[in-house]
Design a protein around this ligand. Structure first.
Ligand SMILES: Nc1ncnc2c1ncn2[C@@H]1O[C@H](COP(=O)(O)OP(=O)(O)O)[C@@H](O)[C@H]1O
Ligand SMILES: [Mg+2]
Length: 417
């Protein structure tokens, strides 16, 4: 693999879908036709564009009169009064009221890692997220980089099969799959990742070869090759295994149409693997292509949980109704257990109001399904795949890595109850 992800092969055919004209005119991109109850009841979001005031010279206040120099101040006291001394002498340290003095550091109040967690969550101020004090970063670094400092996440009582889906391209499906898988595996879980996107970005991100000719998920779906024969260990992370995707998978969408049990090929393969060599797998994560075709349907049939990454951007919610409708259809006809278990806000930019509006809107509609950890937009996150790594291993103390570890922890804790 060359740097910057030039794969030396043509790209898959699954580019982002064109936006529908009727929905693009609405607030944050909620579909106009309202295909899902929660979506249908969405109020018109109040997106207000700040109107710039025309410049009015008359409204500019006069500049304040220049302050007299300190020496003049000292002598400018009314006659008969003691002239004030310079500032330091007037306010001796003892005069600082006790409530203003900083509270002494008490480590029993909040562990550094817990404080970091609070910062990465919604309830902390957005500005705090921007500047992590160096002490907190150092504490987090120790935990993130030293295996002894890594407390294992709770393991699920039974295997969790999670599909990461959103038919919009570029919302962070692959990045989320790669980094949650890496974080879970680094914290004691055994994880199988299935790359179901012909672009093979997930395979790249986990350092797994996926050039043409590599046995891949196409062979599993079309040729019914066992997963055990195509699975590869992720580069540099124990207990993380990957079923890669090559460009061959681009044809599978059409080839699947005419095969027997076309919607449940993946389900059967995963069940067979988990009944044999993969018996101790805790999590199976499936990275979907940006479409709602047969590959995504196979993923929905194979799993119980759907995780939807939502980008904190203007069109983030467009098409979500269609995705939810499809999940409903699969639930009714093919897999009664499938449901949206988790929503993760990605590419959150604390500097924009829009990111907050999207986050608020999503929380209003999906409530507790939304993880409280948001993934910040971070250059480190986008650099990591160029090195065939997750950001969690590439730069474990970057904000993006810490946020993904937190999101993985939340996912694990929620599923352990
Ligand atoms: N938190 C983030 N900060 C910065 N860039 C990101 C972040 N998450 C994803 N990206 C970048 O955005 C692009 C699309 O992400 P990707 O995970 O491939 O989306 P999808 O799989 O939904 O198409 C990639 O170039 C990725 O590196
Ligand atoms: Mg992807």
């Amino acid at each position: 693999m060359s740097a910057l992800g030039w794969p030396g092969r043509r790209r898959g055919t699954h580019g982002g879908r064109a936006r529908s004209a009727e929905s693009s005119s609405r607030g944050l991109g909620w579909p106009a036709d309202g295909t899902e109850a929660a979506v249908r009841s969405a109020p018109e979001p109040a997106v207000t564009t700040p109107v710039e005031e025309p410049f009015d010279e008359a409204s500019v206040p006069d500049p304040p009169a220049a302050e007299p120099p300190a020496a003049e101040l000292a002598t400018a006291a009314p006659a008969g009064e003691e002239p004030p001394a310079l500032l330091g002498e007037v306010l001796p340290t003892a005069a600082v009221p006790p409530e203003v003095a900083p509270a002494p550091y008490d480590p029993s109040v909040l562990e550094p890692a817990d404080r970091l967690r609070a910062i990465l969550r919604d309830d902390a101020g957005a500005t705090a997220e921007e500047d992590l004090p160096i002490g907190k970063q150092a504490a987090a670094a120790v935990r993130a980089t030293s295996p002894r400092g890594r407390e294992p996440f709770p393991r699920p009582p039974s295997r969790r099969v999670i599909t990461v889906a959103n038919q919009k391209g570029g919302v962070g499906k692959t990045t989320t799959t790669v980094n949650l898988a890496a974080a879970l595996a680094l914290h004691g879980a055994k994880v199988l990742v299935i790359d179901l996107d012909p672009q093979g970005n997930c395979s790249t991100g986990l350092g797994v070869p996926h050039t043409v000719g590599t046995p891949d998920v196409y062979d599993v779906l079309i040729e019914q090759v066992p997963i055990a024969d195509v699975v590869q260990p992720a580069d540099g992370i124990d207990d993380l295994w990957v079923v890669p995707a090559t460009i061959d998978l681009a044809g599978a969408e059409i080839e699947l149409v005419s095969v027997v049990a076309r919607e449940s090929r993946l389900k059967r393969a995963v069940e067979a693997y988990c009944a044999g060599p993969g018996a101790d797998v805790d999590y199976v994560l499936v990275d979907c292509p940006p479409s709602l075709g047969l590959l995504t349907v196979n993923a929905m049939v194979a799993t119980t949980e759907v995780l939807i990454p939502i980008q904190c951007e203007y069109y983030a919610l467009e098409g979500l109704g269609q995705l939810l409708k499809n999940i409903d259809l699969v639930q009714q006809h093919l897999n009664p257990q499938v449901h949206v278990s988790t929503i993760l806000l990605t590419m959150y930019d604390a500097r924009t109001k829009l990111a907050d509006q999207v986050a608020e809107e999503v929380r209003t509609h999906f409530g507790d399904t939304v993880l409280s950890t948001r993934i910040p937009r971070s250059v480190r996150v986008s650099e990591a795949p160029g090195y065939g790594q997750s950001v969690v291993t590439y730069d474990p103390v970057s904000r993006g890595a810490l946020a993904y570890v937190e999101a993985a922890r939340e996912l694990a804790v929620r599923g352990s109850a």
